[in-house]
Design a binder for this molecule. Sequence first.
Ligand code: ADP
Length: 636
Amino acid sequence: MVGEKDKCRYNQDQAWADSINFVQIVLALKHLKAVNKYFWKYRYRFIAGIFFVILSNYFQVLAPEITGYVVNKLQEMLPGAKPVAHSVREHDGLVNWFIGWVNTMNFGKLVVVCSVTILLLALARGVLMFFMRQTIIVMSRHIEYDQKNEVYSHYQKLDAGFYKTHNTGDLMNRMTEDVSRVRMYTGPAIMYLINLVSLISLCVVNMFRKDVHLSLIVLAPLPILAVTIYIVNTVIHKKSEKVQGLLSDLTTNAQESYSGIRVIKSFVQEKAMLGFFSANSEAYRKNAVSLAKVEAVYFPSMTLMIGLSTLITVLVGGQMALRDPERNIGLIVEFVMYINMLTFPVSAIGSVASMMQRAAASQKRLNEFLQTEPVIQDAPAATATPLKGDIVFNNVSFTYTNTGIKALRHFNLEVKEGQKVLLLGKTGSGKTTVAQLLLRFYDADEGSITVGGVPLQKMKVQQLREQISYVPQDVFLFSDTIGNNIGFGLQEAASQELLEQSARYASVDNEIKRLEKGYETMVGERGVTLSGGQKQRVSIARALVKDSPVLVFDDCLSAVDARTENEIINNLYRFLHQKTAILITHRIFTALNFDQVIVLEEGTIIEKGTHEELLLLNGYYAELYRLQVSNERGEA
Ligand code: ADP
């Protein structure tokens, strides 16, 4: 058995192995190609950003040159000193021009002019850095916005099957976590990358131009610094993710203990819960301490490495100067400044690499998701057909692929235009599946479904759904006003009159009016809590507001009391006059005179006929009817 310690050791080894697998990292970056279209979209902003970064860095590397020049001037003024040899080629063109200008000044004036110039350069850099953020970071926010919209609109396209196989947390993560991680690439990572590439190149070119030998010696520790920082960064990131995960476990654990306190106390499980919490808490403590240890080593060792480079510069440069008194001392000062300037970009290489790696992993997940095509799509020749005529299910079979449950077997049903049909059966008998197939949430595996002789596949999906009013079994109201919830399915804003009329049909109008703000009352998490029955009736009103030729009610009166149920059925009787309606239920409604009653069991029809015919048949329906009638008498 692998012990805890071994497991820990394994994880650490794995982290190190992962972090140095550069090939994998480079390969993973190909996933980020998908965001190039956005860079192209915002290309002017992006190009301006690159320009600001490079210009700001160019101004930055001018300062060491000017300082070096001033130190050399000072060296020349020392007693017995010889003039320091300046080679025109050594300096940048702009600096040469500047030196030509200040060289004739006396030393005091020269120092003042040089200091003011360095200050002005720093100010100019500040302004340029402001513009750099204004362009690149703002671009990344635009990209984030576009990407969120792209992901959201793709979610809207995907069908019911997709939502059954993905959990909400995972779906939410793509919209929030993954998109933000990609933004870290399109914003900060790209900005730092351009920054570090340009600054390192400018510094290194300047250094090599001045002294190749000294450059090679002082630059040697920097790659080691970059790789170390990258590795440590990865370890820190993995550890902090683990700590975050443990913290969320701990919070969930505590939260459940509070909300389930009555269960815990009645089952006398306080001790066990405490033990469980302590174990979680201990795991969190251990990991947090280990993270703190790595962090404690990280910052001092970074400072040490940087200090080492400065030390080498001073040491080697100093020795050179001792050996050759005519040597340019300003150069050593200049090099120390370059090394200090390089510290930030070199240490940023590690964090930029890990930011890009994380963004690539997130973009990979997003790409996989964006490439998922909805199963239900319009056929190329789909037409906008009005939903008229008989609805026919012909020998339909359907299996849910995710569970392998065969929900319908050779199901046949003919609903004539204008008929009212009651679909009855125990839970799990396949009633909802009939509704879902009619709305084309799924396509049947076998057989066909036609309306007025036209197969559903030949119609436009959107048009089909627009013409069917569906009241689902599980009521869902948006965090909005009651009025907006009822008018949800309409293209234009519904008139108050229409909303109230639909609510009256659903027997909920009076109750809404009794609320302080009436139809303007907010529901959902931020608003009032409606009872289960009220919610069901608001959702019925939402279906009735749409003037559709076909209506499907899926067990939508289960939380309504018997008196209101009768009232709604009576109202529906008037409303449904010319319309085709399928009522799904596990109870019997005698108030509405159904043209057909269908009894389903395990996906097949076991009884079919009118109310009277089924009573005569003396089967499931008759038994259920007798039971319900005797119950109602008992209650009365
Ligand atoms: P009813 O509406 O009569 O209660 P359903 O049509 O909802 O029955 O379900 C029929 C069978 O299909 C049940 O066994 C149920 O567990 C299964 N089922 C329903 N919906 C899904 C789904 N989305 N994925 C997998 N299996 C499902």
